[in-house]
Design a protein around this ligand. Structure first.
Ligand SMILES: [Zn+2]
Length: 130
């Protein structure tokens, strides 16, 4: 059976930032071809520069996220990795990981990080205390 491979969030954001840089240079390259049409060249260059600037912002954001991520040793490959949110995947072996005991053994699903589930989780924790 084919198993879905989940990439860790930090890796995914990093590839997104890399993609933005390439897209930015792509737009600027397109601007060179469109140099006969002044407004088109200007637009393409502006989009390109914005992509590159946005990508730097994303890289900066990854840096911020990494400091907040929880470093753990992956139980599957014994390498150090970082977790963002309640569910994430190992950076090295893509093993799905969770910090929530209730989700252990459950199918990996990104929706466990979304607001509704987080609220349900908090409610459950509260009702257990009562
Ligand atoms: Zn691993």
């Amino acid at each position: 059976m084919a198993q879905l491979v989940y990439s860790s969030k930090i890796n995914r954001i990093r590839s997104f930032a890399l993609f933005l840089i390439f897209a930015g240079f792509g737009f600027m390259y397109g601007g060179i071809f469109a140099r006969d049409i002044g407004w088109l060249m200007a637009t393409l260059f502006i989009i390109g520069i914005l992509c590159v600037i946005f990508s730097t912002v994303v890289y900066f954001w990854i840096g911020m996220l990494s400091t907040k991520a929880i470093p753990i040793i992956c139980p599957s490959c014994d390498k150090p990795t970082k977790m963002l949110g309640r569910v994430d995947a190992c950076m090295h072996c893509k093993q799905p990981l969770t910090l929530d005991k209730d989700l252990e053994g459950k199918e990996f699903d990104e929706k466990y990080n979304a607001g509704k589930h987080r609220r349900e989780f908090n409610k459950k924790v509260k009702s257990n205390k009562d």
